[in-house]
Structure formats: C-alpha cells, structure tokens
Ligand binder design. Structure first.
Ligand SMILES: Cc1ncc(COP(=O)(O)O)c(C=O)c1O
Length: 379
C-alpha cells in the first residue's frame, strides 16, 4: 500500500519517526506540579540510569532544548576553571564540541582524524602524555555525520589509566548500543530525547556521576545549563527549575516504556542492525557505495556516495522519495558528495524494504540506472 506523503517516514539521523502511542502521550496539557507529570519524570530518570547500570552512582538530568544543550551543560558544569579538555573530531559533532569549548572559553586541544574511519587510541595516549594540563577527555561515540563508531572502550581505559575525567556524547547511541557505566567509568554521558530512545525531540539529557556533580557545585559557566543546580532542584521538588517541557516528558516516559517492552537496548540494537543490513545490501545491489567500511559502521545511519552520473541530483532523489512517503538526508561533510539514510526510530526492516523500492523507482524516474559500481571507498 502506498504511503501517505503527508505523514512521511523519517529515515534521517534526527528527528526520527516515533510511534503513534508516543505521539498520543502528548495530548494532555499538564501543569508543572501535576502528579502524573512528576511520576513520568521520575520514571524516565530512573530508566535512563538503569540502561547504563548506573545504580545509585548516577543521576539523569533533563535540559529543555536539543542534545547540544546537554553537551554544553556537561562541559560548562563539569570542567573546572583551569581545567582542559582533550577533544576528538572526525565529523560534524566532534567539531561542535570544539565550538562549544571555544564559546565557553574552556581550554581544549583537538585530535583530528579522517571522517570515514575511527581514530586509533594511541593518538589519544600521545595527546594525554604530551599535555599534563588535560583534566578531561570528551568523545563522540557514534559520529552521526558519517555513522562511524568511535573507540569508546579504549579511550575509557586510557582515562582510567591516566586519571582523566571521561565525558561521552552518546547522543546517537544511547538506547541502542550497550553502554556500561561501571566498565567505562565516565563522569557524564549525553543523549537526546529523540534518536535511539524514540521520544519526541525537545530535551537533551545528561546522565552524570553524582560524585563528579557534587564536585561541580557552583562552578558552572551558565545559569540555564547548570547541571548541579538542575539536579538539586529536581531532587528536592520532583520538577524542573524553569518552565517544564511537559508534553516532551510525557512522550519520553511513554518512549521509555516502549523501549523496555521491545526488550531494551539489546532488542533495539538487533532491530536497527536488521534495518542497516537490509539497507546496505539493497543499496549495494543497486550500485551505491557506502563510504564507511562495514567494520567501523554503526547501525544508526549509513552514508552513501552520490552516483557519478550526469542526470543524478540529490534534490530530485529527495523530492521523489518525499512524494513516495520517505524522507532521507543530505551528507554533512563538505569534502564528498554524499547522502545519508537513517536506520533508527520507529522503523522496521519491512519499512526499509519499501524505502529501497521507492529509491529504485525514483532513480528510474531520473534516468539513473547504470552507475559506478566500482567506485572506490573514500578514505
Ligand atoms: C552525535 C551527536 N552529537 C550531538 C548532536 C547535536 O544534537 P542536536 O542537534 O539535537 O543539538 C547530534 C545531532 O544529531 C549528534 O548526532
């Protein structure tokens, strides 16, 4: 049955499509002090901590806004005056961390590596050894601008060995890739209400080690992003310090219930992996080249090279897909003509099958059926 283009399926790296029941959870207007609202909030906070096995050592803090707010809140709150962060970038979201530190005037140094492969842990070790002033390391776990999964466990080991505070941007992996707080020992980890948790966008979350948060008391460079302050207010009153995003929290609690009902992180990873495999296989059959080698790719999003054909245009592909009820995304990296297709959200393998058919039909409409099967993978 053809899809309704007015209600497209988002095959994008965010916002992602959410279930009808998650959307419906927003149909009630609630005041800030509402009991159900506070129960939903408490449940969601506990659920997020449980996903990383954080026990009593971690607290989950929601910040109204997008995931960048959570990353900025973590850096502004946890890196002390005189501290210095070692950052890594192999894409847009690593670069965003650099931008945050520059705006906050937090001292930082950057290890930059090519976009389509993960960095070696040795680069981090060299950088840590070279600069004793480094107090923290911040890593983007899944770099959504390509889909590359960066080496979190190795970097966590280095942080432990060299006594550095680890901060993790898990915005595109939390909820779908196992993250063990005890094993990784991070001070803070961030996520979005949307992405792999499949809530609606509107809240960035920081899950923070309580001890690190206590050490951060009074040192935040921002009022609205002060994690210590938000946490103490929430613990004391059960609600937000400022106007609460009530609808987003209601949807998020429903999304958490659905995450648990699906089978938690393991089941979500299995579904996204099936989506990704179907997508990659189907795209390769058509002649597309995935730019990230399979062994470095996450099942969150895949990046493809645009066909080298005079009649191909990403705009025509985008519009043709949209008319057929699917939304795909342009590439984010300036150095290559790429586009991305997401595998996360309320999306099944069958949906991906339909999207592949829509893509094949759109390509035929464009007159682009024969193209560069042998194009090399970009380095
Ligand atoms: C890994 C990663 N970090 C940070 C962000 C920034 O999140 P937002 O655009 O929600 O502020 C994104 C967004 O896609 C992301 O994928």
């Amino acid at each position: 049955m053809p899809r309704n283009p007015a209600q497209p399926l988002l095959l994008t790296p965010g916002p992602v499509s959410v279930s009808r029941t998650t959307r419906e959870a927003m149909m009630v207007d609630r005041p800030a002090g509402d009991v159900e609202f506070q129960e939903d909030l408490a449940f969601a906070r506990r659920y997020l901590v449980s996903l990383i096995g954080g026990g009593e050592s971690y607290t989950a803090i929601p910040l109204p806004g997008s995931a960048t707010y959570a990353n900025e809140g973590v850096i502004a709150s946890l890196v002390p005056p005189g501290g210095k962060v070692l950052l890594h970038s192999n894409g847009v979201y690593g670069d965003r961390l650099v931008e945050i530190c520059a705006h906050l005037q937090v001292a930082h140094s950057v290890v930059r590596t090519p976009p389509f492969t993960p960095p070696s842990a040795a680069l981090f070790e060299q950088a840590i050894r070279a600069d004793p002033g480094i107090t923290h390391v911040m890593l983007v776990h899944c770099e959504t601008s390509t889909g590359v999964l960066n080496p979190l466990e190795e970097v966590a080991d280095l942080c432990r060995t060299h006594s550095k505070g680890l901060l993790v941007d898990a915005v595109a992996s939390y909820g779908a890739i196992p993250l063990d707080a005890k094993r990784l020992g991070f001070q803070a980890i961030t996520l979005s209400s949307n992405k792999c948790m499949q809530g609606v966008p509107g809240v960035g979350w920081a899950v923070v080690q309580k001890q690190a948060l206590e050490n951060a008391k009074g040192q935040c460079r921002s009022l609205a992003l002060d994690l210590w302050d938000h946490n103490q207010h929430m613990e004391r009153t059960g609600g937000f310090r400022f106007t609460p995003p009530t609808h987003v929290v209601a949807a998020f609690a429903q999304a958490c219930r659905e995450h648990a009902a699906e089978g938690g992180v393991e089941a979500r990873l299995a579904r996204y992996s099936r989506n990704w495999k179907r997508l990659i296989d189907g795209m390769r059959q058509m002649g597309f080249v995935a730019v990230v080698p399979d062994n470095f790719a996450s099942p969150i999003v895949a990046t493809f090279r645009e066909p080298n054909h005079p009649d191909f245009s990403f705009q025509a592909l985008f519009q043709g897909m949209k008319r057929r009820g699917f939304v795909i995304f342009p590439g984010r990296l300036a150095l290559a003509n790429t586009f991305r297709i997401g595998c996360m959200g309320d999306v099944t393998e069958e949906d991906i099958g339909e999207a592949l058919q829509a893509l094949s039909d759109t390509m035929a409409e464009m007159g682009v059926t024969q193209f560069g099967r042998d194009e090399a993978v970009l380095a």
